[in-house]
Ligand binder design. Structure first.
Ligand code: FAD
Length: 399
């Protein structure tokens, strides 16, 4: 009799504690998704094992880059819609949180040092020929060395060809993450930091909640946004369906009185990003073989600095302020995992955004919100389906 009463009591407590949404992971994807779902009127609890916005989303360079215009998959549209959403998102976050994300539609100059790079750039210019800025200028354009130097006088100026991209923007991602966290709290998202998810709670095929280092949490829907760790503690069936692995990226930060560049500069996979206060980010390496090791290495740092000085030689005298590395979450085919997870009713995935998670988070959040609210969304997300087969390797944009 006593046991029965205890069981009933337990059940009642569990039901009362059930929230609409649990979000696992407080990076850019988890925070934008939490904000979007809460603004739609749902009760949202976000579980973060450390502190919000301190992993890949903090470590990234903050480039909001347009997708490769020759892409034909549906992610092209998600990516494009996401960069278009950024100015309004940053303005809204500033209003909610008081934090300036330093969003700036600064553009980018690509230094094309090989024949192959020039041919690719020309093909991209052609593919984007009908895309214009609000002022009517082409978003991509091949420019002469003279024009490149008139835009960015501190460039070395010895590249054989140059491309100007007018659609690239930047945001100072640590500030963006802080603005997101504060905005989430302001609208009523419950954020539990220092709470690591260690297991799923299942009732048959239904995910009813999660077990954490801080007790059990129950929800009608759970969204998995745990970045590079998304398949680390998950049940084997889930890890097999959506294998996520880390891809380390190192960055070096130098300080100048006034940044010698005003746009993002790209060359041979390396880039320079100016910050408003004179800092210049030098990024980034791509090291899938490093696993979960986040330490800087002489080889990585040397590569970055060598490229930086070839792009903008006057950086040679800029003091190195700090350096770091982060872990990009990636999938076997380079596409994210987005949407319902087969065999785990109530679970949605929003992870493995690899090199463009900062760029594509706003639209990821809207897709997850629409899936929760209506079971459908405005984009074809079949390509990102958890449980898809990984027959072909497709490319990934950006940083
Ligand atoms: C060097 C570098 C440069 C980059 N530059 C750019 C760029 O310029 N532009 C761009 O668009 N993208 C860039 N990226 C990629 C981008 O940073 C990532 O795609 C994006 O941050 C991924 O966001 P996320 O929220 O999925 O992951 P994360 O930011 O890693 O967040 C995942 C969170 O989940 C938490 N977590 C993990 N396991 C658990 C658990 N068991 N329980 C609770 N919480 C858990 C983690 O602590 C973490 O806070 C860059 C990445 C790197 C490393």
């Amino acid at each position: 009799m006593l046991c029965e009463a205890e069981d009933l009591l337990k059940k009642a407590v569990t039901l009362a504690d059930t929230v609409d949404i649990l979000i696992i992971g407080g990076g850019i994807v988890g925070l934008t998704t939490a904000l979007s779902l809460r603004q739609a009127g749902l009760g949202v609890t976000l579980l973060e094992r450390g502190r919000c916005g301190r992993e890949a989303s903090w470590a990234g360079a903050g480039i909001i880059a347009p997708p490769d215009p020759t892409r034909e998959d549906p992610l092209f549209h998600i990516h494009t819609a996401s960069i278009e959403r950024y100015p309004a998102l940053c303005a809204e976050l500033q209003e909610l949180s008081g934090v300036d994300t330093e969003y700036a539609p600064c553009g980018a100059v690509d230094l094309l040092t090989t024949e192959q790079a020039r041919l690719t750039a020309e093909r991209n210019v052609e593919a984007a020929a009908d895309q214009r800025t609000p002022a009517g200028e082409p978003i991509l354009e091949m420019v002469s060395a003279e024009r490149a130097l008139s835009l960015e006088p501190k460039l070395a100026g010895d590249a054989p060809a140059y491309q100007l991209c007018r659609r690239t923007a930047v945001a100072r991602n640590p500030r963006l993450l802080e603005a997101l966290r504060l905005s989430c709290e302001k609208v009523g998202v419950v954020i539990r930091e220092g709470t690591a998810v260690v297991a799923f709670l299942m009732a048959g095929d239904r995910l009813t909640g999660v077990r954490t280092t801080d007790g059990d949490h129950h929800a009608n829907h759970t969204v998995l946004c745990a970045g590079a760790w998304s398949s680390q503690w998950a049940p084997p069936a889930l890890a097999e369906m959506m294998p996520v692995h880390p891809v380390k990226g190192q960055i070096v930060l130098v300080r100048t009185d006034k940044a010698p560049i005003s746009r993002v500069i790209n060359m041979e996979g390396a880039y320079l990003v100016p910050r408003r206060d004179g800092h210049v980010l030098i990024g980034s390496t791509v090291e899938p073989e490093a696993g979960f090791d986040k330490r800087n290495t002489p080889k990585g740092v040397n590569t970055l600095i060598t490229h930086a000085l070839r792009m903008v030689p006057c950086l040679a005298d800029a003091p190195i302020e700090t350096m770091w590395a982060g872990l990009r979450p990636n999938s076997p085919d380079g596409q994210p995992f987005l949407g319902p997870v087969p065999g785990f009713d109530g679970l949605l995935a929003a992870t493995a955004h690899f090199r463009s998670g900062l760029t594509t988070a706003p639209m990821t959040a809207e897709i997850i919100r629409d899936l929760v609210l209506t079971g459908d969304c405005a984009f074809d997300i079949l390509w990102c389906k958890p449980g898809r087969s990984f027959g072909c390797q497709v490319h990934a944009d950006a940083q």
